[in-house]
Design a protein around this ligand. Sequence first.
Ligand code: PLP
Length: 443
Amino acid sequence: MKRLPKINTALPGPRASKLIKLDGTYVSPSYTRGYPLVAERGTGAWVEDVDGNSFLDFTSGIAVCATGHCHPEVVKAIRHQAEKLLHMSGTDFYYTSQIALAEKLALLAPGNDSKKVYFGNSGAEAVEAALKLARWRTNRELNLAFFGAFHGRTMGALSLTASKAIQKRHYNPLVPGITHVPYAYCYRCAYNLRYPSCDLACVRWFEDTLFRTTIPPEEVAAIFVEPIQGEGGYIVPPPEFHRELYKTARKYGILYVVDEVQSGMGRTGKMFAMEHFEVDPDMMTLAKGIASGLPLGALVAKSDIMEWEAGSHASTFGGNPVSCEAAMKTIELLEQGLVENAATQGAYLIEGLKQLQKEWECMGDVRGKGLMVAVELVKDRETKEPAKSWRNDIIMAAFRKGLLLLGCGENSIRFCPALIVNSHEIDTCLSIFSEAVKEVVAS
Ligand SMILES: Cc1ncc(COP(=O)(O)O)c(C=O)c1O
């Protein structure tokens, strides 16, 4: 029988309520919980809470559980490795799983140049490593990143982030020499132009304005860019954006660093989102979906760039053997059909949302690639006034009906289910989402 969400209690239920109270006493208040889900177990695209309520999960733990919750083959690989070797530290010793995963990622990464891999434990650590390597390799002090970008919260990664001011409040001064520039956000073009008649003004602006007025390009180490902007609103740039920007970077010896932490590992219907844009980056950061839920971050760089000397960067836990085995199994499953499924089901999801868009004026923009999909909510299609409170209310209404969603950007909702999602689950998501929109917008 086809599974549907089942909500048996008020939300949060009695056990969840107790735990949330305890959490308030002992856990850092810096976390941003949108709704009171207290998860107990998960399987595939489904999560059960501590009161036995069953939810359809279109968040996959912030785009992490690529193969679904607790994929049996990933769990088996984890168990097998855990019984053999839990930790040895790749910083000081060698072990098979780290070498094997480095080889796999180096061969998978876009482009024909040979690659090397540095391992950390998170997206921020991968970005941090890229920032350090860019400086080490180029001896240049400046870097460029984009408004709306999210690259993590450690001091270096946070310096590249320009998503929400609250993420930076009280933390200045950050790493100096980082300048943020407008992303190719066509729905709200910073230059008030329209694609394609804009002739990619957002890329030309680098040479026409930025490099002519404030930033000497020969002092720029790297451009840090998300192939598709994630936390900023799942913003898909025009097809030529990266190619043209990469050409500009090349011209001045600037490294092109793509942050695939959210968009990578099959999510967009290709192994790496950059493959949609036909650019072979100099460096690529990975985390989130890479190990189906175990902590792992990786920086993949061209071998002639990753030339730093022994001792210049390392991490005790980075590339832990259990995480590496989970990643090897995850990649195997992705290659055996999940990337393809992300493309097929993603197209089906986007089509379903576009149908709903005809019905609901508030769905200003439906965008995405594969299973990295968002709806931007507006009060009015003409003025595009952001409908932030509707966005939050719709997510809450969906939760009460048994569908887990997350926001992104100021007024968008993201749909990032596990890559094992099927069409019945997408139909269920669309139906609950539509009911939630109706409940909020019609009230
Ligand atoms: C594109 C991108 N880079 C980096 C990060 C930071 O990853 P982590 O939270 O694992 O440090 C994120 C997290 O959302 C991300 O989306």
